[in-house]
Write a new protein. Structure first.
Length: 120
């Protein structure tokens, strides 16, 4: 959120850093004022993963456990699942079946996703 700035009338000295550390829009401000951060609150902040990664010794693990941003997609499993689906659909529709997603042949779609190799 590097494009977020405080409103011009906001007094930085009067902000509550315990609450502000939980604010997903305050990451840039928190990064610039790390001495003010409440690490318990920041640990639950959805947008603070990079800052937390850089300061793992300050993480509150209880509050980090409430942060959905600690999860990521398992791209290897997604790729395996797509391959399995592709093989099943190809078998189901015959080798000459023209499976499409919109107007794109499914083979091209999976090639673009990096799921299959292109066979010429």
């Amino acid at each position: 959120m590097e494009y977020m700035i405080l409103l011009h009338w906001t007094d930085l000295n009067r902000l509550n850093w315990i609450t502000l550390s939980k604010n997903p829009n305050a990451i840039q401000l928190s990064t610039e004022n790390q001495y003010q951060i409440n690490w318990h609150g920041l640990s639950s902040n959805l947008n603070a993963i990079q800052l937390l990664t850089e300061n793992q010794n300050k993480i509150n693990w209880y509050w980090l456990s409430t942060n959905p941003s600690i999860f990521t997609y398992d791209y290897k499993k997604i790729k395996q699942s797509l391959k399995k689906y592709f093989i099943h659909q190809t078998w189901k529709n015959g080798l000459n079946g023209e499976l499409k997603i919109g107007n794109i042949k499914i083979e091209v779609f999976f090639y673009l996703l990096g799921v299959i190799e292109w066979n010429t």
